[in-house]
Write a protein that binds this ligand. Structure first.
Ligand code: CA
Length: 229
């Protein structure tokens, strides 16, 4: 799944420019026009990065930043703040509150795009890498192709997304609920048993002969894709 960027901005024309450019760069875009919406959307959509305007109706940028940093599941979420020219104190307060970067309005869109990519590359490189690798498997997002030790694998669409989620989280145990959210989406009406079925199919697709099974079942917790030994 492409990395998801949340734009929190009330200026509609700017939102459209950012949306257009982010989508052209291959990102999925979600938008919130107010601070209160932003908090809700962060919870529901789980973006990979936030572009956060400082001056917003409802909750101010600084307060959104503080709330995001206070929650364990979002405390590492990358945030770029947009501040108005000359508001030096806002910029400093923003960085103190935990923003990772800032851009002063008016800004060049290409510069902001470069910062989005740089920040994602630093914080979650696997979310934007063209290929993911591990255990002989090469997951090619550009060609939409999976190989293991050079041999092309026949992976169904659901197993493809599942494998992507596993390889983005190498060495980390994922619960069935996390796999459901990440691969099927939060609103999907499938149960956790379905996850087991598709993990089984994925294993069948990626392990042949006496090759090592990179997916380990962790009793009572879920599954983990083992990194290279
Ligand atoms: Ca604004």
């Amino acid at each position: 799944m492409p990395a998801k960027v949340l734009i929190v901005e009330d200026e509609e024309s700017l939102v459209e420019i950012l949306r257009y450019n982010l989508q052209a760069a291959g990102y999925t875009v979600v938008h919130a026009a107010s601070g209160t919406d932003a908090i809700m959307i962060v919870r529901e959509e789980r973006p990979d990065l936030i572009i956060l305007d400082w001056m917003l109706p409802g909750l101010a940028g600084i307060e959104i930043c503080r709330q995001i940093r206070a929650r364990p599941e979002t405390k590492a979420l990358p945030i770029i703040i947009l501040t108005a020219r000359g508001e030096e104190s806002d910029r400093i307060r923003g960085l103190q509150t935990g923003a990772d970067d800032y851009v002063v309005k008016p800004f060049s869109v290409s510069e902001l795009m470069a910062r989005v990519t740089a920040l994602l590359r630093r914080v979650s490189p696997d979310r934007i890498a063209d290929t993911l690798e591990g255990n002989g498997i090469k997951f090619d997002r550009i060609a939409h192709r999976v190989t293991r030790f050079g041999r092309e694998l026949n992976v169904g669409p659901t197993e493809y997304r599942l494998l992507e989620q596993f390889m983005e989280n190498k060495g980390r145990v994922l619960s069935r609920a996390q796999l459901l959210d990440g691969t099927w989406g939060r609103d999907a009406e499938v149960d956790e048993r379905t996850v087991d079925v598709h993990v089984g199919r994925l294993r069948k697709a990626i392990v042949s002969g006496n090759q090592r099974d990179p997916i380990r079942t962790v009793r009572g917790a879920g599954y983990v894709f083992d990194g290279d030994e």
